[in-house]
Design a protein around this ligand. Structure first.
Ligand code: ANZ
Ligand code: ZN
Length: 815
């Protein structure tokens, strides 16, 4: 061994060894022992940050542990390489996005290698490689043929000065980030994938996914937002038309005192034609982007349309208002307002002096105060002639039946989930393989012409996509009529690429999107990534997997069996960023302390799912610990030959060490595998190291000491693989550490061979004696009576009774 411990040299050696031996190359045809561990691949922004270090260390720990447990492991890495930052860098520094991206990838790959992550680099790809995205284009065309792709208009952010669409991230306080112009909301034709066709399956399957945290499943449930309700038609008074509202509370129908429609609702737009004030109001609403979450807190604003509708059950006339809290793209863009039982309706009614009429009473007769707020809970119907005294479901059913019978309503299931808009008016993305012909309309690119390669030699004039200014790329003969036509300049949302990369890793070099190998590995057994991806990425990947399944490309229903969602890395209570300078730059830390110390400190800082407050202090202690075990092994080896293990010859200290060794193996196994809590593995390793230090390294006990060092190196190797690789070699193993097998726990070693027994005489403590752990009552009583001090108290008295609590005490009753 080279002393003192030199992390740089140790890490270089281990990495060289793994590289020379293709240690992490996954087999092409794994058997039932296959284990697929995947960490979310990064956007190649330039350099790794501490969040990456945490994610990839955790994934690496899982992969290495599963390998020790005897699995064939697939642990790949790649690059989520399309996206806006490359474009922004190009605009700022005039470097083509491809060059910027690939050079970042080279740098970050080097950083990952220096952290010792056991990735199968032979499977690496970047999503901006035409060989990758060509299959995305191919698959999109398959979906187009199946009717799962639609083109329709949607609202985008339009920068009137730069004459371009902006991504949400490029809008700052309602202005374009470069032009400073007030951003307009424009309707443009966009491509959509019909994820709503899969809403029920995406929702229902969550119930059969025990490997996912409940919190994530609930986020997905809320995002899909299935609700069961009723559509009700309100006839417009004096006209031959009606307004349809969507409600989940038909039990409150008799309490509706007005109807409210979205600003963009056709009825509001029609009324605005003769009412400029209303027109101005609608325009104002159109320019405010209302996220659904803001609706509750929004100051309620609206205007009467001067139109009335008839209540479908009572015929009563209700005024129609337009209100800013009604969304055009949910339900039918119109609501029946029940101010007594809906808080938004209540606030609006108070603002504009509309009637508030109670129709639901609390089931427990608790007092309510409708002057203070709406009563929104379910209860019993009141003031509803013909429908009084019913609880929620009964009222729902009776009213729904009545409206359905009269043709004025129908039951309906609604979803919050919208179809997935996949068009981006950006350059640095996968080209959408479509052609616009003046004669034939939208025509798909023939599959034989794929891929549609994104040109990479580009220069930017402002933020506009350079594709618009490249006639040699843009102009193409129409595949149908042969006349000159234009390529689609929109590119895919980058969530498209990250929706299927996991599957692609299984089929490197396939002359197809995926081949049969995918089913040998998929679904991913353990997927590791940041909680910020709990909704969109995971939902899109689940959807895409089902699309692949329905196209016969994968056999499984879901892409990720078990999910580990990491908390954030914080410093001084906020998310770490560039501002943290050296402390936030893993490279500085690796250079100074070595990768193992960085990995260990990160794992020790907190359990994976919690946020971690990153402080450099942990690095000092990690590196002190690694130096200590290095020196410990060195001293142990310097003492020469080690006898074969002979349990019978061990001293108490030797037995104690063995117990600790096997306890540690068992605990770490459970922590790594079931609990996924790696900080406690580090703690257990530290305890074992302390016990080793306390055990005299001599005679027969040296075998127990050797066993303990072997176990410590093995147990810690997923976390600090380099130093453990070196120690393992030094301890005389010819097989490399990565090919070792997780040790079995020796149950006999866990048994305590002797125990301390408390001896009482007439209930008073008189002695403590060491006993064989399995001693029976007779042996315990005799040993107790043989004790000198006990004899003094028993003396010539006669023994009436002996009470024995095995493993604890003997009470001698004398008199
Ligand atoms: C009357 C009513 C009475 C309602 C009551 C609630 C409580 P979920 O569960 O989210 O589907 N709503 C319907 N369409 C809307 C739109 N486009 N914009 C804003 N709000 C809309 O909620 C459905 C409820 O949200 C519906 O039930 C409707 O208000 C409102 F005591 O109808 B309710
Ligand atoms: Zn044509």
């Amino acid at each position: 061994m080279i002393t003192p411990y030199d992390p740089q040299a140790v890490e270089r050696d281990a990495q060289q060894y793994w590289q020379d031996n293709d240690s992490f190359k996954a087999p092409d045809n794994p058997g039932s022992d296959a284990f697929y561990c995947l960490s979310m691949f990064p956007y190649p922004s330039g350099r790794l940050h501490m969040g990456h270090v945490r994610t990839y260390t955790l994934g690496d720990v899982i992969a290495r542990y599963q390998r020790l447990k005897g699995h064939s492991v697939l642990h790949p890495m790649g690059w989520d390489a399309f996206g806006l930052p490359a474009e922004n860098a190009a605009i700022k520094n005039n470097i083509p996005p491809a060059n910027w991206t690939y050079s970042n990838i080279d740098y970050m790959r080097g950083q990952m290698q220096s952290l010792g992550f056991g990735f199968d680099w032979s499977r690496e790809f970047a999503t901006c490689d035409p060989d990758y995205y060509r299959w995305e284009q191919w698959f999109f065309l398959r979906l187009y043929e199946k009717g799962l792709v639609e083109r329709r208009s949607a609202i985008v952010n339009w920068d009137p000065v730069d004459q371009t669409v902006l991504a949400n991230e490029q809008v700052e306080n309602g202005r374009g980030w470069r032009s400073g112009a007030v951003v307009e909301r424009r309707e443009m034709q966009q491509w959509f994938l019909k994820i709503t066709d899969y809403a029920d399956e995406l929702l229902d399957q969550l119930d059969e996914m025990p490997g996912w945290p409940d919190s994530v499943k609930n986020m997905q449930r809320n995002w899909i937002g299935r609700s069961h309700g009723l559509e009700i038609d309100f006839a417009v008074a004096g006209r031959d038309e009606s307004i349809t509202v969507y409600t989940t509370r038909p039990d409150t129908l008799l309490g509706a005192t007005y109807v409210a429609v979205a600003a963009q609702h056709p009825l509001a737009l029609a009324a605005a034609e003769h009412n400029p004030e209303l027109g101005a109001f609608i325009e104002r609403c159109a320019n405010v982007k209302t996220a659904e979450a803001d609706l509750a807190t929004l100051p309620k604003e609206g205007m009467a349309l001067g139109v009335e509708v008839e209540h479908p059950l009572t015929g009563r006339r209700l005024p129609v208002w337009t209100a800013n809290f009604v969304l055009m793209d949910y339900g039918s863009g119109a609501v029946m307002s029940v101010p007594a039982h809906d808080q938004r309706d209540w606030e609006f009614a108070r603002e504009y002096g509309l009637p508030i009429e109670q129709v639901i009473a609390p089931a427990d007769d608790a007092p309510i105060d409708l002057d203070a707020e709406a009563f929104v809970a379910r209860g019993i119907t009141v003031n509803s002639p013909g429908f009084d005294g019913l609880e929620f479901q009964a009222a729902f059913d009776v009213i729904a039946d009545a409206l359905e019978a009269g043709g004025r309503g129908r039951r309906r299931t609604n979803y919050r989930l919208r179809d997935w808009g996949v068009s981006r008016q950006r350059y640095w993305g996968c080209p959408i393989p479509m052609i616009h012909c003046d004669h034939c309309g939208v025509v798909p690119v023939p599959t034989s012409d794929l891929p549609v390669v994104l040109p990479t030699e580009v220069s930017f004039e402002g933020v506009r996509s350079p594709l618009h200014d490249m006639p040699e790329w843009l102009q193409v003969p129409c595949p149908v009529c042969g006349r000159m036509a234009r390529r689609e300049t929109d590119t895919f949302d980058t969530f498209m690429e990250s929706s299927w990369y996991a599957n692609k890793f299984t089929s490197p070099g396939a002359n197809a999107m995926l081949d049969d190998r995918v089913n040998l590995w998929a679904p991913v057994n353990h997927y590791v990534g940041g909680i910020e991806h709990a909704i969109l990425h995971l939902l899109y990947a689940r959807f895409y997997h089902k699309l692949l399944r329905d196209e016969g490309l994968v056999a499984s229903d879901e892409p990720f069996e078990r999910l580990l969602m990491l908390g954030m890395v914080l410093r001084n209570g906020r998310k770490m960023s560039k501002k943290d300078g050296d402390a936030g730059d893993p490279q500085m830390l690796i250079d100074r302390y070595g990768a193992d110390a960085v990995r260990q400190a990160m794992m020790f800082a907190a359990p994976p799912e919690q946020s971690v407050e990153w402080a450099e202090g942990g690095l000092e202690s990690a590196s002190r610990f690694l130096r200590r075990i290095w020196r410990g092994v060195e001293d142990h080896l310097a003492a020469g030959e080690v006898p074969a293990l002979d349990v019978a010859a061990l001293s108490d200290a030797g037995l104690e060490l063995r117990r600790k060794t096997h306890e540690t193996i068992g605990r770490a196994d459970d922590d790594y595998g079931r609990r996924v809590q790696f900080n406690t593995v580090v703690a257990a390793g530290m305890e074992l190291a302390n016990t080793i230090a306390k055990t005299p390294d001599e005679g027969a006990d040296r075998a127990a000491v050797r066993e303990a060092w072997n176990a410590l190196a093995l147990v810690l190797s997923p976390i600090t693989p380099h130093v453990c690789h070196a120690l393992w070699q030094a301890l005389g193993h010819s097989e490399p550490m990565v090919d070792a097998a997780w040790p079995a726990v020796d149950d006999a070693a866990l048994e305590r061979s002797t125990i301390e027994l408390v001896v009482q005489v007439n209930g008073k403590l008189r002695a403590r004696i060491d006993m064989a752990a399995d001693a029976d009552e007779t042996a315990a009583r005799e040993a107790a009576l043989a004790d000198e001090n006990v004899q003094r108290f028993v003396a010539d008295k006669s023994l009436r009774k002996a009470i024995y609590v095995p493993g604890k005490l003997v009470n001698l009753v004398v008199g």
